[in-house]
Each structure stands twice: as C-alpha cells, then as structure tokens.
Design a protein around this ligand. Sequence first.
Ligand SMILES: Cc1cc2nc3c(=O)[nH]c(=O)nc-3n(C[C@H](O)[C@H](O)[C@H](O)COP(=O)(O)OP(=O)(O)OC[C@H]3O[C@@H](n4cnc5c(N)ncnc54)[C@H](O)[C@@H]3O)c2cc1C
Length: 432
Amino acid sequence: MKDYIIVIGGGLAGCESAYQIAKRGINVKLYEMKPSVFSPAHSNSNLAEIVCSNSFKSNAITNACGLLKEELRRLDSLLIRCADETSVPAGQALAVDREKFSDLVTSEINKLDNVEIIREEFNKEIDDNCITVIATGPLTSEKMEKQILKLTGKDKLYFYDAVAPIIDKSSINMDIAFYGDRYGRQGDNSYINLPFTKEEYQKFYDALINAEVVNLHEFEKKEIFEGCMPIEVMAKRGEDTIRFGPLKPVGFIDPRTNVRPYAIVQLRQDNEAGTLYNMVGFQTNLKFGEQKRVFSMIPGLENAEFVKYGVMHRNTYINSPSLLNNTFNLKNKPNIFFAGQITGVEGYVESIASGLSAGINATKIYNNDVPMIFSDETVIGALSKYISSPNKRFQPMNANFGILPPLEEKIKDKQERYKKQAERSLKSINKF
Ligand SMILES: Cc1cc2nc3c(=O)[nH]c(=O)nc-3n(C[C@H](O)[C@H](O)[C@H](O)COP(=O)(O)OP(=O)(O)OC[C@H]3O[C@@H](n4cnc5c(N)ncnc54)[C@H](O)[C@@H]3O)c2cc1C
C-alpha cells in the first residue's frame, strides 16, 4: 500500500476530501487538470471553482440544504468555512463572492504541508493498491471517463441531460389526485394521477408556453436537445402535442367524476419510502420560480412542495446504487472512493458533503479503522444512504427532508416538523 492517498479533481468535493485526509496526518497527492485542460464550464485556474450560481442556498436549519451546511460546519468542513468567510449579503441564503471563495480554498489547501498539488490531467489506470478518491465532477474529462469505465466494469457512465421536478408526496392534494395505472391497473401506489378539465388545461398550457427559461451554455444546447426534449419545447409545437404525449389521458377514468379527464399529469414514485414523486415527462428548462408558478397550476399541485426542480445540464455520474457503499467506496474495490456530483449527489453543498465523507473514510481504510457512517437521520447520512440503496431509476439527488426517515410523532405543521428533524439530526452529528 502506498504511503499517500490520491485525490483526483480539485473541485468542491476533491478539495474537501484532500483537507479531511491531510488534517488527519496523511499525505495527499491532489490532481487538478486546470489550467492545462478546462471543462466546458470551468474558466479560472483556482481550485474549488463555482461554475454557475454563487448561492449555496438557505442557511436556515429548517431547510434541508441549510441543515446540511450546519452539519458540515460541526464536522469541520473547510469549504463551508471558506464559504462563510467569503459570504456576500443574500438574506437567509449563503451566497459567496465566487473569486474570493476559490482563492481562499486554494490558499488554504496550499498551506497544508502534506498536500502536493499536481496540475495535470489524470489519465492513468487507477491502481487499487493506492487509496484513491475520484472527484472529477459532472464534467469529468473524457480520458478519465475511460479509466472509470475500466474500473467499474460498465460500458457507459450515466449521463443525463434533463431531470423532471420531484415533489414531496405529503404536499399533493389527494382530494383531487388519485392513484392508479393506465387502464385501471390499480392497487399499487407507484403512480399518482392529476386530472385536468379542458379549461384548466388551457390555462396551464398558456402559462407553460409563455414561461421564462434558463439560458443554456453553448455546449449544452446541442447535447440537450438531441437527447431529451423539455416539456415547454414540446408544448410549443401545438396545443395538443403534450396532450397526445406525456399528458395523454387515454386509459384513465377519474374515480370521482367517472369521466375521462381532458389531460392527465402522472407522478411516479421516486424513492423506496414513497415520500417523493417525480413528474413523468416533465424534463424542463424553466427557471425555478417559473416551475413553481406554472406547475402549481396543475390540479392537485396547488400547494406542492418541489423538493427538487427540473434541471438540464450535462452530468456524468456512476450507477452508485450498484457500485458504492454508503461510505462512498467501491463495493468490490474498497480502496477506491468516489466523491462529488459523479456519485449522484446534486449541488455544491451536497458535493462538499460527499467529499467530506469520502475523505474521512479513505483515512479510515488507510488506518485499518472502522468506517464513519453517519446516521440517516442526518442529511449527510441520508444522502450517503440514498446513493448506495437499490434504485432502478437512479437519478441525482439534492438535500431534502423527503430522504430522511419520518419522525415518530406525526407533526402536521411543516416548519415545526422540519425543526424537529433538524434537532434530531444535529443531536446525532454532535456525537461525531
Ligand atoms: C453547468 C453546470 C452548472 C451547475 N450549476 C450549479 C448551481 O448553480 N448550483 C449547484 O448547487 N450546483 C450546480 N451544478 C452541480 C454541481 O454542484 C457542481 O457541478 C459542483 O461543482 C460539483 O462538484 P464536484 O466537486 O463534484 O465537481 P467540480 O467542482 O466540477 O470539480 C471537478 C474538478 O475535477 C477536475 N477534473 C476533471 N477531470 C479531471 C482529470 N482527469 N484529472 C484532473 N482533474 C480533473 C475539474 O477540472 C474540476 O476542477 C452545476 C453543474 C454544471 C455542470
């Protein structure tokens, strides 16, 4: 076994991993391909570059991402500390000055005597005699993709262009929605159906085709529209196009009215616990605020809580449920860890969290020590569990309360419920 740990990728997850390993006294070789090679979204040569929005989302612990940040603060995350130190005013949210943030992370990593930063694209075969953390991100270089395929024995990496929104089941109005499959194959809860009248459909349709969309990067435009058509693009082809496509009502009778709806939106169960449902066929590029406004016009979704909005961008990730343990290392090659967006966590803070967990657990393997498994009552633990649990339709996931186990007591008020879940999580984190 080598007397150092390799971390590949000096992004959010890789830097957090490198810090967690180095602070535990182990030497790190950190590979970063910038500035000789840049992904289509990266543009400065610092480590931990923020590629898009400068927001790390809410700081409130009654928000799952806010709670995750608080867990990370208590676990001594370098990147959350740097984000706090370079924050700019943004109300309840933690937003950073992106240049200062990546400058600070780079200088903090540079200060660590036992981290060697190697500025080159890693494209060698990965040696499982050396503990390695692969954190090359959603835009992993092509050469590295090939190495990962060899390592995982898969013929392709998961690659999605578009993801539909995900809704918290408890926020769906079940007085309007009904369970069941097309042609009345009822009896299971895997689909929830939202029936439209003609009038409701027309109002929704008008809002959909006029809603504001996100500007895509040039490199994304071509790939996305070849792969998967956003609902709003399909809708613009004609008033009935989506009614004959993903919203087709064929085979459905509304059990309350005994009438065939004019159109129907289907929601499909998204997690094992049945607490989350995704919107079938609703890949979208609408701005988040527009998704809330327009999709809340769908009957039954008036008060829907979107735990995740639809997004469209290139994203490379491995099939973690079949490959990874909840400690982010390969089931069949435990010396090899993955961290960041490539594991199927989604978002800046989530990537940092997986980097922290992978880094700590890489040191545990190095020291022949027992792994550090966070309780699934914490957001960091729930994310680790999510990416490593069986899931036939695995898709990246961000922090949300739907992946945490419910409380023993039933609390109707959402804020009160989240507060109790947050207290439970922080109590558990304090033990570490
Ligand atoms: C276009 C785009 C926009 C996004 N916008 C947001 C957003 O607004 N908010 C949000 O929360 N999340 C966003 N994400 C998702 C995600 O949170 C970020 O991509 C995040 O940076 C992921 O962290 P990471 O550490 O996994 O990867 P990255 O931060 O991308 O780090 C990976 C690093 O690995 C390096 N690298 C790659 N291959 C090699 C190699 N072979 N050898 C050496 N180095 C290599 C890269 O240069 C990079 O520095 C976005 C993703 C994309 C692609």
